[in-house]
Design a protein around this ligand. Structure first.
Ligand code: ADP
Ligand code: ADP
Length: 232
């Protein structure tokens, strides 16, 4: 089953002499339970593609579907609800609430959505991410890597259909990177969630089912089940 689909996606920024073609007709499917890494040089359109897929940015042309829902047809309110109910975000700017402790940050989206937190899954996630003993700390009392893992737990705890990550291992040491990648892998393998990350990290790409390469706003290459050597 298709968890997300981009069809002939284009995105231009600016106009006239300063127009930038960030995406030049990208078509790609993301299946349920599949882990995809998007790689490519800086400026190739990776962030733009992910933002358009996640409904954080509007494409200039083409279509995006999340599950069976066409994003173009949604009101702002419906879009917000879809993001809240179906999508998890692991972005580099952690966006943790400074006045809340880690545990409250992790469960906040569930509270906003009026959903019960599955305590067993919560314990599993924070345990596997190695942050069980940091749960009563505020973000300012956590290292960058711990904050990133809290943001990762927040994205996972509601078991969204699809998880988008922008350099989810970007600021992490190799042990913490491994913990984050293991839990993302578990989300796909054990719960059939779909994971899409933008990364420069070959080890992160080696966790993926496939790696797609963007260059100058176009998909130029795709590798199935890559090894780290393939993507260096
Ligand atoms: P990547 O994530 O691969 O580094 P981006 O998607 O961030 O690439 O950017 C693709 C192109 O679009 C780049 O040329 C970038 O400068 C441009 N771009 C991205 N966001 C904006 C924006 N908000 N306004 C103008 N140009 C942008
Ligand atoms: P990264 O490579 O880590 O994704 P970027 O430097 O490409 O970071 O972009 C960071 C943010 O700045 C993105 O959200 C993008 O939309 C915005 N951005 C990138 N290029 C431009 C630009 N030329 N003008 C305005 N905003 C931009």
């Amino acid at each position: 089953q298709i968890a997300a689909r981009a069809e002939s996606l284009t995105k231009t920024y600016g106009s006239g002499d300063t127009v930038v073609h960030a995406l030049r007709g990208v078509s790609i499917d993301f299946r349920g339970g599949e882990f995809t890494a998007i790689m490519g040089p800086s400026g190739s359109g990776k962030s733009t593609l992910m933002h358009c897929l996640a409904g954080l940015d509007t494409a200039s042309g083409g279509r995006v579907r999340i599950g069976s829902v066409e994003l173009a047809g949604l009101s702002d309110k419906e879009m917000t609800k879809l993001r809240r109910d179906r999508i998890g975000f692991v972005f580099q700017a952690f966006n943790l609430v400074p006045t809340l402790i880690a545990e409250e940050n992790i469960t906040l989206p569930q509270g906003i959505a009026g959903r019960e937190v599955d305590r067993e899954w919560f314990d599993t996630v924070v345990g596997r991410l190695g942050i069980t003993d940091r749960l009563s700390h505020r973000p300012s009392e956590l290292s960058g890597g711990q904050q990133q893992r809290v943001a990762c737990a927040r994205a996972l705890v509601g078991r969204p259909d699809i998880i988008f990550g922008d350099e989810p291992t970007g600021n992490l040491d190799s042990r913490s990177s491994g913990e984050v990648l293991d839990i993302l892998r578990a989300a796909t393998d054990e719960f059939n969630q779909t994971v899409v990350i933008v990364t420069h990290d070959p080890r992160a790409a080696a966790y993926a089912d496939r790696v797609v390469f963007l260059a100058d706003g176009q998909l130029v290459r795709e590798l199935q089940r890559p090894s780290a050597d393939d993507v260096f």
